[in-house]
Design a protein around this ligand. Sequence first.
Ligand code: FAD
Length: 380
Amino acid sequence: MTPPRVLIIGGGIGGLTAAIALHRAGIPAAVYERTPKLRDVGAGIILWTNAMKVFRKLGVGLAVEAKSTVLRLAELRDWRGKLLSTGDLTGLGARFGAPTAGIHRADLQAVLADHLGREHITLGTACVGYSQDANGVTARFADGREVRGEILVGADGLNSAVRSQLLGPQRPRYSGSTAWRGVGIIDRPEVPVGVSLLTMGRGSEFGYLPIGGGRTYWFATAVVPAGGSDGPAGAKPVLLDRFRDWYAPVRAVIDATPPDAILRNDLADRPPVTNWTDGRVTLLGDAAHPTTPHLGQGACMAIESAWVLAECLTAGGVEGLQTYQAKRLARTAEVTNRSRMLGKMLAYRNPLACWLRDRLFALMRKEADKLTDRLAGAEV
Ligand SMILES: Cc1cc2nc3c(=O)[nH]c(=O)nc-3n(C[C@H](O)[C@H](O)[C@H](O)COP(=O)(O)OP(=O)(O)OC[C@H]3O[C@@H](n4cnc5c(N)ncnc54)[C@H](O)[C@@H]3O)c2cc1C
């Protein structure tokens, strides 16, 4: 069987990983990315054991690890800093065969693009639609160009143009919370290397983790209406005020961030669907199974899906697309649903509900560990 030529729309973490996995399987794949430059913005990201295992299988694990910080402990605290529980990430890595790590998104994208070979990525080309027939699929781009392949993978993110054509246009589902993210250099004993932190407050959460190069990535959320902005002075003073009474390192971490480097995004997902494949066209990553970030598994799911896609195309050619979808439905839907539920709990504002939540999370460490083992320890 001649390997099908695959067109991948979107050069994010999902699209690049898919191209690497396909090339490794001997399947030619080309990436078409809308932005003229691979993103050097963006903050950090946690790559759980499940994603790191895929990277190792793809031969890019060492390069990813070299740019990241391996995490050994996950701390959960209330907003005053009281320790509620700790998760042993070193143990997780030892049990399941790869570490959990923090990395800057730009570093990850650069590692993936270099490993793939930048000649396989066409930048500054936005896909606006496709058509398919018995012999192939044609992608159409905003500049009028058309490219023919045998399979098309929409890895073009939450607002995917490919998804819009495949499933019909639908707006993402706002979670009720907005996130701010930043990266700073922090050298304080309360921010030890290798430790990730999540603090929970009333209608807000704040977390941080190291991402290599002495940098700390942080994120904050708040229950606010969608589509808001921070005003002329930017996000920094707003956040310093919002988190003024919180556990001391929280303010220090915000303070150490350059004001113009704080990103703001409404957090959204989509209800899971079961039909993201049509003939020669399929979706991958946030285009297929977007999730809110509360479990830190969105990109990890895209990375897993990339591996499964390559395996299924190797085994079944175009027909393998249906197998790929079938293999990914339950797991990705579970992540979307659990993450949304967790996000709702983190957004509690009622003091009694928050107190109960904090106690519950402190008491349920064993259950949380079991869930982490199942999500992050899985082998795809
Ligand atoms: C605040 C926040 C924190 C998060 N933290 C984590 C975390 O810690 N761990 C984790 O695993 N996940 C995390 N996630 C989720 C993660 O960011 C996404 O799941 C992941 O980026 C999805 O990758 P993707 O490649 O599918 O999509 P994207 O990263 O969105 O990439 C899509 C790419 O397609 C391009 N594109 C879009 N439209 C077109 C078009 N028409 N034509 C061509 N190209 C196009 C875009 O420019 C982009 O480069 C977080 C998300 C948020 C919002």
